[in-house]
Design a protein around this ligand. Structure first.
Ligand code: FE2
Ligand code: FE2
Length: 159
């Protein structure tokens, strides 16, 4: 599928269906797993507590970010493209700049989590399932941010 050729509405739907839905299911489920692993292995691997601290901050930031995109950004993209008012275009530029800053913060949290889970990669099999889930989350987040920063946002700002 060539994402760049999709109309804005289909691109937004694809992002919500693929990435926002994944995150809303995966984040609570991964937190449960992390807490379970900490109960079993937290005393042997104290870094798991650091991982939880960063993950909880990431979880809160991502949740707020998804809600802002779905409730404010995506409707504004539709309004700006149907009405093409100068005020909407200016508002859209500002909002997209804020979303890009939020992506940077989320990326930094991903980097911090990666540094911790990579330091655990020689850990026993009881931790490997958890690490795989973090790797998959990171890959999904990378694709998600790429679609928004490189495809959706430039397209949304093209009139
Ligand atoms: Fe998103
Ligand atoms: Fe985003």
């Amino acid at each position: 599928m060539n994402m760049k050729k999709l109309p804005l509405s289909e691109l937004i739907e694809e992002i919500i269906e693929t990435h926002h839905k994944f995150l809303r299911e995966e984040l609570p489920s991964l937190l449960d797993l992390l807490e379970k692993v900490i109960t079993q292995e937290g005393s042997n691997f104290p870094k798991l507590h650091d991982l939880k601290k960063v993950f909880v901050a990431f979880f809160i930031d991502v949740n707020a970010h998804l809600t802002r995109e779905e409730n404010i950004l995506f409707p504004l993209i539709f309004r700006a493209h149907t009405q093409k008012l100068t005020a909407h275009v200016a508002q859209l530029r500002n909002l997209i700049a804020i979303m890009e800053e939020e992506h940077d913060k989320i990326d930094q949290e991903i980097d911090q989590m990666r540094e911790i889970y990579l330091s655990l990669s020689s850990a026993p099999s009881s931790l490997q399932g958890l690490i795989k889930r973090f790797v998959a989350l990171e890959e999904d987040m990378r694709q998600h941010t790429h679609k928004e920063n490189e495809i959706l946002f430039p397209k949304a700002l093209t009139f």
